[in-house]
Design a protein around this ligand. Sequence first.
Ligand SMILES: [Zn+2]
Length: 462
Amino acid sequence: MKKLIQNGTIITACDEYNADILIENGKIVAIGKNLECEKAETVDASGCYILPGGVDQHVHFSFEFNGAKVRGFETSSAAALGGTTTVIEFVNQKKGQGLLESMEQYRTDQVEGLALVDYNLHGIITDPRPEVFEEMESLVAAGYTTVKLFMAYKGMFFHADDDAILKALKAAKKVGVTVMVHAENAEAIDVFQKELIAQGKTEPYSHVLSRPPLVEAEATRRAIYLSQLAEAPIYIVHVSCTEALNEVKQAYTSGLPVRGETCSHYLVLDDKKLALPNFEGAKFVCSPPLRSVDHHDSLWEGIKMGWLNAVSSDHCGFDWKVQKHLGKDSFVNIPNGAPGMENRLAILWTYGVEQGRITKQKLVELYSTEPARNTGIDHCKGHIGIGYDADLVVFNPGWKGIITNRRSLQGVDYTPYEGMAQIGRAEKVFLRGEMIVDGGEYIGKEIKGQRVLGKPFGASYR
Ligand SMILES: [Zn+2]
């Protein structure tokens, strides 16, 4: 029942200090120097940092594209292996069903008993009937405090127009629900896609050409204007380029309740990957697309300055051999998304902290503390403090290796980070006090993830 983690260096979003941590019944009950507890099992964390468990506010375990469905919650052990102990998954409202009904059904059928880390769900509004906006209050009562709408994907059932977004913003703000948007101009993409196909440019790289940065920037600005019209906060998911970042920056620095996130892949991978031969480029098809390398510096600046307050994985487990090949003849049919829940901490540490781009505290803020706030679960997640859940990562900064899909638990036949250097790893991971990773290996099969209830407007931008 009791565990004592000794001799580690605790890193939070604002601190760094040496202390022991006493855990009882899954919670942190004491933090201090030379703690003693006769009945506690001891864990030695000498030479390691102790970080709060990661919160990945943007993952997909149920996304479908062109009939292809991503790997589900049974693969969520991969999140744990990469130091993430809580994930927030996007769930589509089913046509003809209510939003809450769709979410609860999905949770009962495909999450409970399967999840291997803690979780909550975002609802995606796909069928914006008036009744759906009236559901907001019951959503909050059920512990769901975020909804998302897709401005992109013209013609697909989950596409949302400005009418739906404005109505969602107005309804959401009354009850403290945060509206998130995937900001890309669906009409413009459709025009470019058709032009490219007419020119016979059907290979994966055309995905980049069909969604230039201004397609994202325009939708980002429009979403911000809609939020101003509704006088409601808005959150822009997966900001990928300088132009869209500038829209968020301008809004945020002028005092508007506008924030956004970026994702690990936009910080370290670039659009040349989509030009790889033999259809390898399809592995890197996600939306918004990977950008040219000159966008990387502005995104690193964006997260350092706080205009973007989280780094997510946008994990999407489509395999390459079968599912990505649905788009062999045309890039528009390649399922959008790439796996990455396992690599978020490693990417931020290796390419952020080790390269002097962000501090260790900033890393904790981006991968745990702020995502917990954005999703209203900061009452128990995202920090190392008395009363918080004992979700802890014992991080070994001395470990060096190479990222390879061979040791991945994501259940997908590739990783977009194959062959990249990795410094440091999650040596041990605790989920509510239970050790689920030891020696860099996942050992937690018996430990199930639990639902975390979101509180309204936990977001820091309120
Ligand atoms: Zn996504």
